[in-house]
Design a protein around this ligand. Structure first.
Ligand code: PMP
Ligand code: GLN
Length: 385
């Protein structure tokens, strides 16, 4: 191992390896069923692979345009219009990204300056704050409080200062599964009206909402859409988290700034997968069927946990189920998650890692994007705890 002679003044001194990497590795080391990191353990549709292979064989293997293949941008524009009633211009208002993570990082890098404040909601998805701090911004924390995990807009209002540059929202919300409603959007519109606050809306679980609830995209709210970058990911929608392809949509002037950074960040995203997805997207049932598909898995998993000592919290969207374990153990959640992986053979994510102050409500997150056989095997182990 080489030892560097350079003194390092870390930009992110408090950041270690992500909990997803840590828990997935521990699960593999212990041979545990991995319900921690969020990814499906089943195959995506072969039709998607065929469309991608077709593009490769047709020689579509060189650099695509910086903003993404026109075919894919048009397919995204069509989908967004059909679902949210707003027509984004494929040429100027849509950019294909290397997953939602890159879209989020690039949006923050493009708009947040040193000393700017960005409001995030805790529990907060783990990539937002490191991105804010890397560019010299400061994260300001609003709370989604256990057990309902709903925003308190009065609290958010009290956090706004002249330095507030951006508010990041995430609905359906990872890790809690809560979903913003029309009232939340109205409150957000009131709060930001006559300000220069940008909204970054992480909607990667847009198609995974349950019990007849509708996902309300910021794209569907003209006033909010005008100050928003809306991000989504094909990884979630088509069961291809490893492909790392997503997109961002927003007003042309915002997108122009986004692309100034994007072009020197990744420049662009691989051609044949973009073309494969564009072809695959033409059948809307492929994304519209996702809610029913995952609702069945959610219900199946919740059924598996009947008779266990876990207390299940509501799950309105995403493919994550939260559970309280106060009836089982008094361990802090990180230790409990490690214990579960090693001793009970089921890996989970402790929710305190999504809080900057380690706030621990003794809640863990299960991913139910798994085959029924996996969920049944996990259920058997979980009922024994
Ligand atoms: N945002 C949220 C809320 C997520 O859960 C994830 C990943 N699961 C991402 C962003 C990142 O998506 P991608 O894998 O497309 O980068
Ligand atoms: N978003 C996924 C989750 O919440 C993990 C993504 C990652 O591993 N960085 O589990």
């Amino acid at each position: 191992m080489l030892k560097t002679s350079v003194a390092i003044d870390s930009k992110l001194p408090w950041v270690g390896t992500t909990i997803f990497t840590v828990m997935s590795k521990l699960a593999a080391d212990c041979g545990a069923i991995n319900l921690s990191q969020g990814f499906p353990d089943f195959q995506a549709d072969p039709a998607l692979f065929e469309a991608t292979l077709r593009a490769m064989r047709q020689g579509r293997n060189q650099y695509p345009p910086m903003a993404g293949m026109p075919e894919l941008r048009t397919a995204i524009a069509d989908k967004v219009e059909a679902l949210y009633g707003a027509r984004y211009d494929a040429e100027q208002e849509i950019t294909v990204t290397a997953g939602a993570t890159q879209a989020i990082f690039t949006a923050i890098a493009a708009f947040v300056r040193g000393g700017d404040e960005v409001i995030v909601f805790e529990p907060v998805y783990d990539s937002y704050v490191p991105a804010i701090e890397t560019v010299g911004g400061t994260a300001v924390y609003a709370q989604l409080k256990f057990p309902a995990y709903k925003p308190d807009w009065n609290q958010v209002r009290s956090l706004v200062t002249p330095r507030t540059r951006m508010i990041i929202i995430n609905s359906p919300h990872n890790p809690t599964g809560s979903v913003l409603d029309a009232g939340d959007l109205a409150a957000l519109a009131d709060l930001t009206r006559d300000t220069d606050i940008l909204l970054l809306s992480d909607e990667v679980y847009e198609h995974i909402v349950f019990d007849g609830v509708r996902h309300i995209s910021l794209a569907s709210h003209p006033e909010l859409a005008a100050r928003s970058l809306v991000v989504s990911s094909f990884g979630k929608t088509y069961h291809i988290t490893g492909w790392k392809i997503g997109y961002v949509i927003g007003a042309a002037e915002l997108m122009s700034e986004f692309r100034k950074v994007h072009q020197f960040n990744v420049f662009t995203v691989n051609t044949p997968c973009q073309l494969g997805i564009a072809d695959y997207m033409r059948l809307p049932s492929r994304h519209l069927g996702l809610a029913a598909f995952y609702q069945q898995k959610r219900d199946y998993f919740r059924e598996q946990l009947k008779g266990s000592r876990f207390e299940l919290l509501p799950c309105c969207g995403t493919y994550f189920q939260l559970a309280r374990y106060a009836g089982i153990s008094e361990l802090p959640d990180l230790e409990f998650a490690r214990w579960m992986t090693r001793e009970a053979g089921v890996a989970v994510i402790p929710v305190s890692v999504f809080h900057h102050d380690g706030c621990d409500d003794r809640v863990v997150r299960f991913c139910f994007a798994k085959q029924e056989t996996t969920l049944a095997a996990a259920g058997e182990r979980l009922r024994r705890i």
